[in-house]
Design a binder for this molecule. Sequence first.
Ligand code: ADP
Length: 563
Amino acid sequence: SMFIWPDAMLTPLLFSPAHWYDPALFLVLMLLPLPFAAYIDILLEHRYQRYYNAIRAVIAVTFIVISALYFSDVADFNETMPLSNLIAGLVALFLFAEIIFDTFVRGHRENKIIAIGFSIFVMLCILEIIHLNLTVHPNDGVFVAMGLLVLLVVAVTYEVKRISELRAETLEAQKANQAKTTFLANMSHEIRTPINAILGMDELILREDTSPSVREYALNIKSAGTALLEIISDVLDFSKIEQGKMEIINAEYDSRLLLNSIITMIKVRTEEKGLNFVRNISPELPSKLVGDEKHIREVMINLLSNAVKYTPKGSVTFTVRHEKKGDGRCDLFISVKDTGIGIKESDMGRLFNQFERLDQKKTRSVEGTGLGLAISANLIRLMEGDIECESVYGKGSEFTVRLPQIITDETPIGDIGTGDPDASLILQEEEPECLEGIKVLVVDDNAMNLKVARGLLKKLDAEVASCRSGAEMLEIIKRKKFDVILLDHLMPEMDGIETLEKARSLEDSLNKDTPFIALTANAIAGAREMYLENGFSDYLSKPMTLKELSDTILSDLGRKNGA
Ligand code: ADP
């Protein structure tokens, strides 16, 4: 276009008075090599930038000198034309040599097609220059136009090829990301298994009558182990979300119990830090709602823990209210407001990114992985709600969550959270029922896990037997009748599913109607359906608490007896 525009109809308008018209063409022609040099420089990824800078300098100097000669009436453009042509020709030759060298000697073959196109273009340009200087009637740039056309076709072909390569690379990157997620999931799963054993054993020590110092050590193991398990669970949750395997289980829950246990937990943390914990729980809140209690709890705890973590002094305010929407539905609004360090406006966009921790200078001393908010935001999205954050840097932040729920019991919960948390409610939630007289068989290949399960069952006064493989189990069930069998899913040789299948088809089994409960270290989406489909009555995910263990066993026995 630089070549053509001086000849265009508009040129006289731009370059009025008319005597500017002629010099304009020459001035532009002198600068013509510049865009080509820039293009080649970018194409070769600035590998020869020094030379490119030299070319720019030479062109600038010639431009200034020739213009000065023209405007001081020393030499006309026609007289200096051989010089400017020579410069243009040399630049063209240099660029030609550069791209050929880079492509064929240095081996950057990706530019081969451009190298060929550019060579043709340069040859045609040189032909044009020779033609211009030797012929009386020049052909008005036909050679250059042909060269440009070749270059254009080649450049477009090159770009199309590059775009398709980029797409292939993106797909590769997605696959690599997938591999990373799988790795994270496997890793955290592997780490979880031994931690479960450690925490289980520790639980057994804590329930023994031991000396105060042993008790203190055991408590320290418990708190460090629980913190480690939380991190691992976060990583696992995160990879589950990435793989689309996070399961949302909606069931009826008691909103009073949920809020009470959360308040109890956070109250301890705020007291430790000397913060004021303000609770604003609407007494109108319905007592029973349907939603994913476990994940709602996770979101609330994450927001409240963050508020405590990132608030050096002042208060944390926890507000919960609801808005009815008709046909038994409502929106639950949860707000967590603090008077902490706040979040910079410029950081807001990264707030919900995974592994992203903001304002490192201030938050370095605070423990965290940068996963909490990413997980919460994803869970809220899966529960079809939304989350917003407003913050003033240095003053504090407020996170507001909306979650659609279904009301099953409208009775208002009344005053909660203003005084001390209701201890009776917590006890009621935590104390497991005993399993006295119930005969349980535990099958697990991992000796530690087996010991933990046996220990927990003994605490519940159950009669426990155990074995280390599916094959052993198939022998045992021929000789003894059990009320319930806990069967590990992942075992070498014969896994839990296969073992159950064989047990069901066993002719001389004394346990034809005994319910089987699957044990798994990693409950993924669809786990319940998968186990039920394969003939299990239920599943328990490790680490299991005494309460979960007793509830699951009792509810399965109840179900069976009731049937
Ligand atoms: P972390 O494990 O680092 O706490 P989160 O995902 O929960 O990870 O939070 C991400 C980052 O957002 C934190 O590292 C912190 O910089 C910032 N942040 C979260 N909550 C608050 C808050 N209440 N006040 C100030 N900054 C916060």
